[in-house]
Structures are given as C-alpha cells and as structure tokens.
Design a protein around this ligand. Structure first.
Ligand SMILES: CC(C)(COP(=O)(O)OP(=O)(O)OC[C@H]1O[C@@H](n2cnc3c(N)ncnc32)[C@H](O)[C@@H]1OP(=O)(O)O)[C@@H](O)C(=O)NCCC(=O)NCCS
Length: 228
C-alpha cells in the first residue's frame, strides 16, 4: 500500500494573502523540475531561477493560465487536512485557455479542422511534471484528468472541449501517457508555434527565429489532442 495519499489542486490566485506562499512553493517545484528533467522543457533553470517573488506571482496570475498541482500527503491524512497549503508539492501541469479559434488555429499544422467558438472551447496543456520519487503511480494522469475536467466544466453544456499538447516526437513516455488518456495525433508544430501556443513567446529570439529556421521553423514537434 502506498504511504501517500495524492490529491490534485487547482492553484487559486484570488487570495492575495495566500498567493505569495503558494507562488513560493510553486517556484521550488518548478525549479526542481527544470533541474531534474531539463531536456523535457523549453525554458531553463538559468532563466527561471532569476525570477523574483513578484514575477512568480504575476506568472501564476497571467490571464488564461490555470495551474494544477499534485500534492502528496502522509497516508491517513484526513480529507479536511488535504489542503493546498499543506503536504508536499510533487507535480504540476499548466492549462492555458480558453482560446478563440483565430488565436488557437495553426493553419499549416496538418491537424483536423477546428470548430467555431459556439461549438467548442479550446485549451493548451503544457509543463506536465511529476517528481521522480512518485513516478509510475498515475500522478501525471491525475493532473491531466483534473485539468481536463476543469476545462470541460468551463465549456458548459452544448459545447465540446478541445485540449492540445505539443511534444518532442521522441518522447515515447509522454506519447503513450496521452494515448492512454484518449489523445490522438493532430498534426505537427514548429518550435516557434509551440512557444507561442504555450505562452512562452519570450523564449523566442528577437528576430522570431528567422536566423535559425532549422531550430525554430522546422515542423518537427508532435501535436496530440482530445475533443470530448
Ligand atoms: C512524463 C511524466 C509527467 C509522467 O509522470 P508519472 O506520474 O510517472 O506518469 P503516470 O504514473 O501517470 O504514468 C502514466 C503513463 O506514463 C508511462 N510511464 C510513466 N513513467 C514511465 C517510465 N518510467 N517508463 C515508461 N513509461 C512510463 C506509462 O505509460 C504510464 O502508463 P501506465 O499507467 O500504463 O503505467 C514524468 O515522467 C515526468 O515528469 N517526466 C519529465 C517531464 C516531462 O517529460 N514532461 C512532459 C513534457 S511534454
């Protein structure tokens, strides 16, 4: 039996007293993700370790950004004590959206046709991470499912929900993880498009990547999506 109980929380940004504390916990988790799994992310420890406390807070408060955190509690922790400010923060995922069609659509991606705003809401999932000590226990699946449930709730009745991720084609672990959750191949992306879609445009060089098209404009990234 696991010695932990795991719970997914949607990080609240509205409580101005609590937010600096939560942002501090998030910064530690994120910096450890950028150290442990450096190759999995576009950003780097060097970039993010320079962020100030208020930058971390502002990043969490960006419009259309929803942060989900996996928290580990000692087995036997009563449900009422399984709050976001307690326990060990072990994993996280970021959900961006909902996006209007014209902001979301990548016309050259070779993906399926995107529906109009009346029929669906559109989201982008990024920065999924779980710490090594807790891997293989379904935590990433819980994070993705938690974020998906939130997105579906925002869609309301009568609209479907489209969630997209962009991954390195060699990342077989992540590919299988999303396949198992019902995601299917949905075209390909350039690194410049991925930065734009993941809210990381500040990672693009000032020339938009024009001087290194092989890196920024090659359609080498895999897009997967789920519409439900
Ligand atoms: C990818 C990652 C988030 C998976 O986290 P996790 O909590 O271990 O994932 P889960 O336990 O929910 O596993 C889901 C599936 O992933 C696969 N998986 C997880 N760890 C694996 C491993 N070490 N080897 C092979 N497959 C693995 C399995 O297919 C598993 O499905 P199963 O239920 O059939 O076993 C985690 O390994 C991680 O943080 N990696 C570094 C960051 C990263 O690559 N993020 C993705 C960026 S797009």
């Amino acid at each position: 039996m696991s010695s932990y109980t795991y719970k997914i929380h949607h990080l609240p940004t509205s409580d101005a007293t609590l937010l600096p504390f939560l942002a501090g916990k998030f910064a530690s988790l994120r910096l450890s993700a950028l150290t442990v799994s450096a190759t999995a992310f576009s950003s780097t420890f060097e970039i993010e370790s320079a962020f100030t406390s208020s930058q971390w807070i502002n990043r969490l408060k960006r419009p259309l950004v929803h942060t989900f955190v996996a928290v580990a509690y000692g087995a036997g922790t009563p449900p009422e004590q399984q709050t976001i400010d307690a326990g060990d923060w072990i994993g996280s995922a970021t959900l961006l959206g909902p996006f209007p069609k014209e902001m979301y659509e990548l016309k050259e991606s070779g993906g399926p046709v995107i529906g109009n705003d009346e029929v669906e809401t559109r989201w982008q999932m990024t920065a999924v991470y779980n710490s090594p000590a807790h891997r293989g226990k379904g935590i990433a699946k819980m994070l993705i499912s938690g974020a998906s449930e939130y997105a579906a709730l925002q869609s309301g009745q009568g609209r479907s929900t489209r969630i997209r991720i962009m991954i390195h084609p060699n990342n077989v672990v992540v590919k299988k993880l999303y396949y198992d959750l019902g995601f299917v191949d949905a075209g390909s992306t350039t690194l410049a498009e991925a930065y734009f879609s993941n809210g990381d445009t500040d990672l693009l060089p000032p020339d938009g990547g024009a001087s290194d098209p092989g890196k920024y404009h090659l359609r080498a990234g895999l897009i997967m999506e789920k519409v439900f």
